[in-house]
Design a protein around this ligand. Structure first.
Ligand SMILES: [Zn+2]
Ligand SMILES: [Zn+2]
Length: 115
């Protein structure tokens, strides 16, 4: 698979039987449908996000990003608290996080209520 943002190759990274794709260059992460939700529940899942945020932010402004799986144009999703912007495919329901964004995405689940 090719990185939808920088076109470099992606490696498969496994975390507790969930396989995600990580870009060898920009360290962006591709999640198939529901994988990011599954990972969010697992402790230590942030370790797959090895990039530094500054590597990711230079790609944040890309508007037309093609889905690496089905080649639809990805939607940009913005969420508050923690603020982040990621790409989401309406067709195959995969999503792409720039380096550093996945850590932000799961961080709200690792503070607060559930111990
Ligand atoms: Zn990349
Ligand atoms: Zn897709």
């Amino acid at each position: 698979m090719q990185c939808p943002k920088c076109s470099a190759g992606m490696e498969v990274v496994e975390f507790q039987d969930i396989e995600i794709d990580r870009c060898l260059r920009c360290r962006g992460l591709w999640f198939d449908r529901l994988e990011k939700e599954d990972l969010k529940r697992l402790e230590g899942a942030g370790s797959i996000d090895i990039g530094v945020e500054k590597d990711g932010t230079e790609y944040n402004e890309m508007v037309f990003v093609e889905c690496p799986k089905c080649f639809s144009i990805l939607d940009q999703v913005e969420q508050e608290e923690p603020y982040l912007k990621y790409e989401y495919c309406r067709t195959c329901h995969g999503s792409f996080f720039d380096a550093g964004e996945f850590k932000a995405y799961i961080s709200d689940s690792q503070v607060g209520e559930k111990s």
